[in-house]
Design a binder for this molecule. Structure first.
Ligand SMILES: CC(C)(COP(=O)(O)OP(=O)(O)OC[C@H]1O[C@@H](n2cnc3c(N)ncnc32)[C@H](O)[C@@H]1OP(=O)(O)O)[C@@H](O)C(=O)NCCC(=O)NCCS
Length: 313
């Protein structure tokens, strides 16, 4: 029977969480907090959840994450794609493809200029128009990262509510004028704290004399401990090494390697390149992918893009 593809209804959300926990628990080995991730995301709207329904049963799901992205320094509305799942019984019948096409149409309707995602199966998304963003990717031995020398005496600790304004200021300075960065507010920095387990990663800050001089965001993934971004005040590059060392210690405890994307001239890249175990490649296993959705997305094709500090899904 042909599935109905449409926006999710509130009464169907429990079915969606069950589907996501089934599909991703099987793949990643541990359940992800999809219910909390959706309920605590202040940007979520029912039209952002696209479902495939057969006989009243949700068999497929795709989620749109409404974000604002800087393109050549100008904020534009964009859509992140995530939580792409088809029930194992319903696969290979074009359901995920139809859901993605429907999500793209919805993003068009919402006036989104571009869409982005992160994936381990880029070929699947190339078929519906996404292109890989090529960027230096690093892997390093967690033990070596954990031993990174710290030039200054930094207090490295999980970000607290009081640190958020300092982190926002560092982020704003880092993304000014860029392409590919997501505009984040204090609220979007705080949202994930509600559903992220500390063990799963999160945001650490480096503080000296009461001032937030740097931060790092990381996530524990099945393929390693992924550094999503790190920033510091000018002249405080030692904070990046101190933060990386703290993430390294966490990864050692989990028996994981460190994975990071970083722009070429960034202190994060410099810190990672200083390690003997670091391997650098442009052939990213879990790349970011992007597609321009209309004429306003055009600069995406010509602008150098700094995706690595994008608000990952
Ligand atoms: C990936 C997934 C959503 C595809 O759902 P689907 O409804 O079967 O997709 P479609 O029928 O539209 O397309 C199927 C095609 O996608 C491609 N595809 C599916 N899984 C793939 C994978 N892991 N790697 C590469 N290509 C893949 C294949 O070309 C496949 O064709 P085939 O069935 O003839 O082999 C589904 O397999 C799933 O839920 N997987 C687990 C969760 C996941 O990996 N989500 C994506 C996270 S980025």
């Amino acid at each position: 029977m042909e599935p109905k593809i449409r926006a999710v209804r509130r009464a169907e959300l429990t079915q969606v969480y069950e589907l996501l926990n089934l599909v991703f628990a099987t793949k990643e080995g541990s359940p992800v907090r999809f219910a909390a991730q959706t309920e605590h995301d202040s940007t979520f709207r029912l039209r952002h959840g696209r479902v495939a329904v057969v006989d009243g049963r949700v068999v497929g799901y795709v989620r749109i994450f409404a974000r604002t992205m800087l393109i050549a320094g100008t904020p534009v509305l964009v859509g992140g794609i995530g939580s792409v799942a088809t029930h194992p019984d319903a696969r290979s019948h074009g359901i995920a493809t139809a859901l993605l096409e429907d999500a793209i149409a919805e993003m068009h309707r919402s006036g989104m200029a571009a869409s982005f995602l992160f994936t381990g199966i880029p070929g699947f998304y190339e078929r519906v128009g996404y292109q890989i963003v090529r960027e230096p990717s690093f892997t390093a031995d967690a033990r070596e990262v954990a031993g990174l020398a710290d030039a200054g005496s930094w207090d490295v600790r999980p970000m607290s509510d009081a640190d958020v304004p300092g982190v926002v200021a560092l982020y704003r300075r880092a993304i000014a004028g860029s392409t590919g960065a997501i505009v984040r507010t204090a609220r979007t920095w705080r949202d994930p704290q509600a559903w992220l387990d500390e063990d799963d990663g999160g945001c650490l800050v480096a503080v000296r004399d009461g001032v937030v001089s740097g931060y790092i965001r990381s996530r524990c993934r099945s393929y390693g401990h992924a550094v999503l971004e790190a920033e510091c005040s000018p002249g405080q590059e030692g904070a990046i090494a101190a933060l990386l060392a703290a993430v390294g210690q966490r990864a050692v405890a989990h028996g994981e390697r460190i994975i990071a994307l970083a722009p070429d001239a960034h202190p994060l890249a410099a810190a990672l390149r200083s390690l003997a175990s670091t391997v650098e490649t442009m052939d990213v296993e879990h790349p970011m992918m992007v597609q321009a959705l209309d004429v306003r997305g055009k600069p995406l094709r010509s602008e150098p893009v700094r995706w690595w500090n994008t608000d990952r899904i």
